[in-house]
Design a protein around this ligand. Structure first.
Ligand SMILES: Cc1cc2nc3c(=O)[nH]c(=O)nc-3n(C[C@H](O)[C@H](O)[C@H](O)COP(=O)(O)OP(=O)(O)OC[C@H]3O[C@@H](n4cnc5c(N)ncnc54)[C@H](O)[C@@H]3O)c2cc1C
Length: 422
């Protein structure tokens, strides 16, 4: 088997597959290592409109259009009493076909992107787990991995993109994980068959339905009349009174919101209940010599605004561009990747502020827009994923309505001078 490449990508989710597709399209010799055999299950089913642009760049929009994924035109919010807000239609803000987005089965969506990377010429090695990053003089120069037969072997490349999702290989191995203490929620979720759908344009909408103490349900219509339903809240709230049984917690919480209760009533729950904790985090570093982190392997943000897949696609694309520039310049030093990190963090920080506002007890989007009608467009840009622009006016006004976090100081590349100074 070939052992030397221009670039190694670890992880075949949206971040890694996009990175491999872009690098291969540029003519780079790239190998992607994926632990699972695709198609594989993954959570994260609701897209935001700006996913369109990275998907368009790698050429998979038509495949998605021709799929059975429900079209998502809007998002709506439901009060704890079950009252539904006016749906927020993306096409009222964005005059572009990107305003129609999708609710996806990640098994199929992720496979479409991985197939595209393969078609572009990337070598895809499934059932192959990266175990260690190999270093020479501090720089990452390869990966020790294990193939389907369990035999370890080494691959070499001057640049590696870590897109291992929440397993976060480099973060875990280097102790780089920094949690966001305020956003320390957990999620419990499952699936229903034949639960109710709203009529017409709202059939594929994402619904965010509040429960007490700023917890919330997602309600995401998927193909074949299946609905993904999950609750996100503080651990102490969900595990209160010593209850640990996920099905019992779920059943108890459904009763906290009449809209969720009535929509699930005609349906039938199936399969297991899933749980995940250790919510939002960001890596101490987005890169080091010979290494770039992308997607959840770099940072994870509470999923209330469905930003995860977008940030994965976009960072995969940007990481590939940064890797390609490094290959052209034959310079793989961490400093090369500073613009990548700065740009990505700018978008993540904008979304992070909105997530904080969402969880602020005193905050209401409605009241904010009533008081600041001229900022509705800026707010909407944030919510649809147009994150990489100037939001100073928006957040300047928002800070009078909600407690906004200071930007995190970490996430920049680990440059050689920092390593030497330790
Ligand atoms: C409860 C919950 C709900 C969410 N809801 C949404 C939502 O509605 N919308 C949204 O946009 N986002 C949502 N997200 C976020 C979304 O799931 C992620 O942001 C997105 O999947 C990140 O993509 P990725 O490519 O970075 O990582 P992943 O999609 O996790 O892909 C990583 C890949 O790397 C592979 N891998 C891991 N370790 C190794 C290794 N050592 N060697 C080889 N391969 C490896 C894995 O098998 C996996 O295929 C949600 C997340 C959670 C937890």
């Amino acid at each position: 088997m070939k052992a030397s490449f221009d670039a190694i990508v670890i992880g075949g989710g949206p971040a890694g597959a996009t990175a491999a597709a872009v690098l291969a399209a540029k003519g780079r010799d790239v190998v992607l290592l994926e632990r699972e055999k695709f198609p594989r299950y993954h959570i994260g089913e609701s897209l935001m409109p700006y996913c369109y642009f990275p998907l368009e760049r790698i050429g998979v929009v038509d495949r998605i259009k021709n799929s059975h994924f429900p079209k998502k035109y809007s998002v709506q919010f439901v009060t704890p009493a079950g009252k539904v807000s006016q749906p927020f239609y993306f096409f009222q803000h964005l005059e572009h076909e990107a305003s129609t987005t999708w609710q996806v089965l990640r098994s199929e969506f992720d496979a479409m992107i991985l197939d595209k990377a393969r078609e572009n010429g990337a070598e895809i090695r499934e059932q192959t787990t990266a175990r260690e990053l190999l270093r020479q003089d501090g720089a990452v120069t390869g990966v020790r991995c294990e193939g389907p037969d369990g035999q370890p072997y080494e691959l070499r490349a001057p640049i590696t993109i870590d897109a291992t999702g929440r397993d976060a290989l480099a973060v875990t191995r280097n102790g780089w994980k920094v949690r966001d203490p305020y956003l320390n929620k957990i999620a419990i979720w499952t699936y229903y068959r034949n639960a109710a759908r709203d009529p017409g344009l709202d059939e594929g909408a994402t619904t965010v339905a509040y429960v007490p103490e700023r917890g919330w349900f997602w309600y995401i219509p998927l193909p074949d009349n299946i609905t993904s339903v999950g609750i996100v809240a503080e651990k102490d709230y969900l595990y209160r009174d010593g209850e640990r049984d996920l099905a019992a917690i779920f059943a108890r919480e459904i009763k906290q919101n009449p809209w969720i209760e009535s929509h699930l009533a005609p349906g039938e729950q199936f399969g297991r209940y899933w749980v995940t904790g250790e919510y939002s985090y960001r890596s101490q570093h987005c890169a080091s010599d010979g290494l770039i982190l992308a997607g959840d392997a770099f940072a994870f943000l509470d999923p209330v605004f469905s930003s995860g897949v977008f940030l994965a696609l976009r960072s995969g694309e940007l990481a590939a561009d940064a890797a390609d520039a490094a290959l052209t310049a034959s310079d793989f030093s961490a400093a090369q990747f500073r613009p990548y990190g700065d740009y990505l963090i700018q978008g993540i920080e904008a979304m992070r502020k909105l997530v904080y506002a969402f969880y602020d007890d005193a905050f209401s989007f409605r009241e904010f827009i009533m008081a600041n009608p001229t900022l509705k467009g800026d707010l909407t840009d944030c919510l649809i994923g147009n994150l990489f622009r100037d939001f100073d006016p928006l957040f300047g006004a928002l800070k009078d309505f909600a407690q906004l976090p200071a930007p995190l100081s970490h996430g920049t590349p680990l440059e050689a001078a920092q390593v030497a100074g330790r």
